[in-house]
Design a protein around this ligand. Structure first.
Ligand code: GDP
Ligand code: MG
Length: 172
């Protein structure tokens, strides 16, 4: 299912899905490089990045991250990336109800076509924009719980909860 244990090195294939502009690429960039680039380019098709993190007992976890494009015209390609993924992170923007609705579409898609034992997380990004919030924390929580998903609100801009997100995902 994408997790291949070999001695003390684990590999986790992870895919990010969600509407265009919700901050998927910024989340990955924040996690992998510790940076936030407000002028980041729109992802075309999908991009791949990996990041290895060390656990306390000298085990390492290598995240193989597929960052997909959210645009409709790439939707048909999405299965190429989420098939065989151990972890799927579905991202929405807390200031955009449309992106929250789109997240539900991706969850259904994963339930229909993803690996049966895929671990899914619902992530409400741009949590730094509290004054523009249009999706309540509780709505995110409810949706996640209903679908057996982990839930977290993050900010790629301030780095809030970014490492914590990957921390909860590496324990699977
Ligand atoms: P993607 O299409 O989902 O990959 O979205 P991007 O990562 O390209 O980000 C889209 C836009 O949202 C960019 O202008 C980012 O600067 C901005 N953005 C991403 N994450 C955050 C965040 O946590 N807070 C704020 N305020 N803006 C963000
Ligand atoms: Mg992108």
């Amino acid at each position: 299912n994408g997790v291949a244990p070999d001695a003390k090195n684990l590999r986790v294939k992870l895919v990010l899905l969600g509407d265009s502009g919700v901050g998927k690429s910024c989340i990955v960039l924040r996690f992998v490089r510790g940076q936030f680039d407000p002028t980041s380019k729109v992802t075309v098709g999908a991009s791949f990045l990996s990041q290895t993190v060390a656990l306390q007992d000298s085990t390492t976890v290598k995240f193989e991250i597929w960052d997909t494009a959210g645009q409709e015209r790439y939707a048909a390609l999405a299965p190429l990336y989420y098939r065989g993924a151990a972890v799927a992170v579905v991202v929405y923007d807390i200031t955009s109800p449309e992106s929250f609705a789109k997240a539900q579409y991706w969850v259904k898609e994963l339930q229909k076509h993803g690996s049966p034992d895929i671990v899914m997380a619902l992530v409400g990004n741009k949590a730094d924009l509290q004054e523009k919030r249009e999706v309540a924390v509780q709505d995110g929580l409810d949706q996640a719980e209903k679908n057996g998903m982990l839930f977290m609100e993050t900010s790629a801009k301030t780095a809030d909860n970014i490492n914590q997100l990957f921390e909860i995902l590496r324990i699977i």
